[in-house]
Write a protein that binds this ligand. Structure first.
Ligand SMILES: CC(C)(COP(=O)(O)OP(=O)(O)OC[C@H]1O[C@@H](n2cnc3c(N)ncnc32)[C@H](O)[C@@H]1OP(=O)(O)O)[C@@H](O)C(=O)NCCC(=O)NCCS
Length: 182
């Protein structure tokens, strides 16, 4: 299984629009859409994403498995040595196969080793157990909490230590997991 991440492109909207309208995918995220997202909405969103990626404010990527687009992963609000991380696997056939973990390792490597950030942070709903376990396995620690969510973060020095111990997929998968820059 080859997991790659690459910056989102306009044509991705034709697939991602289906995921936007799947309540199971967005159950625990901040994006609980009240109305149907149309292809026009998604295209408009993705065009804005491309502009923000180009100015370096965000790094919003597609996740591909053996060339198939299965989800999105982002660093957003990149400034002052920090960025927020987000992920969803929109194609539910790929849940539980280690895809999120491999994609996350790629984007965190990019954050700490290429962008040289000090901190990557996130917010997770307390009921989203799978996501919480994923984040813990990547080295994120809880730094504060609200009634329904945790704020978590991983610092560069912790990442440097923990990234050497993270197991992603079968050993033969690891060298194949790459970031494709457009
Ligand atoms: C959360 C989500 C990204 C996980 O993606 P995934 O590809 O299924 O996760 P992985 O297979 O890479 O598993 C990563 C870790 O999550 C945990 N995990 C995955 N599936 C699990 C399950 N069914 N039960 C318990 N833990 C699970 C494990 O800790 C696992 O690491 P391990 O295999 O080394 O033990 C995916 O379920 C998703 O997109 N959910 C909807 C969107 C969402 O909630 N995004 C997060 C918003 S904060």
């Amino acid at each position: 299984m080859q997991v790659t991440i690459r910056p989102l492109q306009e044509h991705d909207a034709h697939i991602s629009v289906k995921w936007r309208n799947d309540p199971e995918v967005f159950k625990y995220t901040g994006n609980t859409y009240k109305t149907i997202i149309s292809i026009e909405n998604e295209l408009e969103w993705i065009r804005n994403v491309i502009v923000k990626n180009q100015v370096g404010r965000d790094f919003r990527c597609a996740i591909e498995v053996d060339g198939i687009y299965v989800g999105n992963i982002y660093l957003t609000g990149i400034e002052n040595g920090a960025a927020e991380y987000h992920i969803f696997i929109g194609d539910k056939n790929y849940w539980g196969k280690g895809v999120a973990k491999q994609a996350s390792v790629l984007i965190l490597k990019y954050a700490f080793e290429t962008l040289r950030l000090n901190t990557v942070y996130l917010e997770v709903n307390k009921r989203n157990i799978v996501a919480f376990l994923l984040y813990q396995s990547l080295g994120f620690l809880v730094v504060s909490e609200k009634s329904d969510s945790y704020s978590m973060e991983v610092k560069g020095n912790r990442w440097a230590t923990i990234s050497t111990t993270i197991h992603v997929g079968a050993p033969q998968d690891e060298p194949e997991s790459v970031i494709v820059q457009l």
